[in-house]
Design a binder for this molecule. Structure first.
Ligand code: SAH
Length: 190
């Protein structure tokens, strides 16, 4: 067998947790690839909330969902994921099946716009509260740059201390690779 790489493993987790007609969050839209992936999982009667703070990311994501013909089920939101409570429809409360965060900065764009520990942790807390039982929140942690290391160092204690009666927390990481490649934290609501 061949072990899943980091990005394929993130997608495997989402495939297993996000059903047709489900509700999913792309917390960091970036170029919109994960938004489209989630939109294809939930199909036209499901819902994907897709957040980004960068105009360029919002434009790219809007363009991509149009091209891929998945606009109906996607709500693109030009705001920080930490404000998710302002956008989540009442009927989706406690009903989120899956969420993904790709942390760090968007390659090829403004490197000063990165995710930050406080807002990332705030958003995780809010999403965990609204996850459905057996719903999954996936974090892809990029820590090859300085801000990424700072973020990782705050995130790990936070997720490792989540109560085990309520959540399963998984870290999936190739530990013998050079240059601090990204790794996954997955949190499942029990
Ligand atoms: N490091 C990844 C890509 C991360 S993209 C890789 O190499 O593939 C991260 C995205 O998160 C960027 O588009 C950035 O604009 C966005 N972002 C930063 N802070 C945010 C916030 N508070 N809410 C939503 N999106 C945010």
């Amino acid at each position: 067998m061949k072990l899943d790489g980091i990005l394929p493993f993130a997608r495997t987790l989402l495939e297993k947790s996000v059903p047709v007609n489900g509700v999913a969050i792309d917390a960091t839209a970036g170029n919109g690839h994960d938004t489209v992936f989630l939109a294809k999982l939930v199909k036209e009667h499901g819902t994907v909330y897709s957040f980004d703070v960068q105009e360029q990311a919002i434009e790219k994501t809007n363009q991509r969902i149009q091209e891929q013909d998945v606009k109906t089920q996607v709500q693109v939101i030009h705001d920080g994921h930490e404000n998710i409570d302002l956008y989540l429809k009442q009927e989706h409360q406690n009903g989120i099946n899956g969420a993904i965060f790709n942390l760090g900065y968007l390659p090829g764009s403004d490197k000063t716009v990165t995710t930050t520990p406080d807002t990332t942790i705030e958003a995780i807390g809010k999403i965990l509260n609204e996850l459905k039982k057996e719903g999954i929140l996936v974090l892809v942690v990029y820590h090859g740059h300085h801000e990424g290391k700072v973020e990782k160092d705050q995130l790990l204690p936070f997720v490792r201390n989540l109560p085990q009666e309520d959540y399963h927390v998984l870290e999936y990481q190739f530990t013998n690779q050079k240059n601090d490649p990204p790794f996954i934290i997955a949190i499942e609501k029990r």
